[in-house]
Ligand binder design. Structure first.
Ligand SMILES: *[C@@H]1O[C@H](CO)[C@@H](O)[C@H](O)[C@H]1NC(C)=O
Length: 155
């Protein structure tokens, strides 16, 4: 992923950026872009199995209706453990007591993250700076406001 995502970046030098001299280098995109690329490979990963092909052992897709495995596809032999429950041997902390997001549809949603066990809701009071005003000269004066926020944690 890293070597495929290398891109050429350039910078101009010279009188008021006239680009009479240009410096170029190979650079990586942001970590977020690399992470998104890895994540999409993870989501599209193909389960494979060993098969003897003459004297050689080959990795072939377990489901025969799967698309052929490409050079840069991510493959796996064994399913991931169930991350819903605690399993110290596998390094899984489980999701109990983790904060989830009730309005999200992604992996941080209460439905997905709590693995169908449901969640507890509690109200927390947060203190925030508010009604901030600029005072001459030179500081900002704020008041402290209390606000109730609802938090959800997995059962
Ligand atoms: C929860 O998810 C919604 C929708 O994705 C998002 O707008 C919001 O910022 C999230 N809240 C928290 C506390 O992460």
């Amino acid at each position: 992923v890293l070597s495929d995502s290398l891109e050429t970046k350039c910078k101009c030098h010279g009188v008021s950026g006239s680009c009479s001299v240009k410096t170029c280098w190979k650079g990586l995109p942001s970590l977020g872009e690399i992470a998104a690329d890895l994540r999409s490979k993870y989501l599209a990963a193909i389960k494979v199995t060993h098969r003897l092909l003459g004297p050689r052992r080959q990795l072939v897709p377990k489901e025969t209706d799967m698309r052929p495995v490409g050079e840069t596809d991510l493959v796996y032999l064994v399913n991931s453990p169930d991350y819903c429950t605690v399993n110290p041997q596998l390094g899984s902390l489980g999701t109990q007591d983790r904060q989830c997001n009730k309005s999200s549809a992604g992996s941080d949603s209460c439905d997905l993250m709590c693995c169908g066990r449901g969640y507890n809701t509690y109200t927390e009071e947060v203190l925030e700076r508010c009604h901030c005003k600029y005072r001459w000269c030179c500081y900002v004066a704020c008041r402290t406001c209390r606000r109730a926020v609802h938090r959800h944690v997995c059962k």
